[in-house]
Design a protein around this ligand. Sequence first.
Ligand code: DQA
Length: 146
Amino acid sequence: MSKITVIHGPNLNLLGIREPSLYGSETLETINQRLGEAIESAGHEFEAYQSNAEHELVDKVQSSKPDTAFIIINPGAFTHTSIALRDAFLGVQIPFIEVHLSNVDSREEFRRQSFFADIAVGSIIGLGPQGYLLAAQAALSRIEAV
Ligand code: DQA
């Protein structure tokens, strides 16, 4: 049994009411619940974490070692700004998938820069909440292949 942790960055606690034309109408709770079902029914452990604070996200990544085998993260706006969070991933060397609900490549220019894409196992963008489930499937197949 392995543990998969999903980490949600700033403002993702507002899903459901936040710019629904971009981010949809599903709440973070519903997304987490579905992810938990998918991961636990495959026989693995699941934890969900959200914070609006950069240092708390850094702490979460750091403290995920050694228990967490794989991280799924939507760093929110920190995607485009946070070298500190990038360095936390480089520090712990836990494999991760970057997820974005919206298609960040079709929006403002500043959203095309990601401090995570080149060190992630992969990125899933623009598929809404389904992106998290696809990331979970990929994480499960990688964990089970070990
Ligand atoms: C986001 C895209 C980011 O640019 C934005 O700051 C977010 C959400 C997404 O899931 O599409 O907060 O990560």
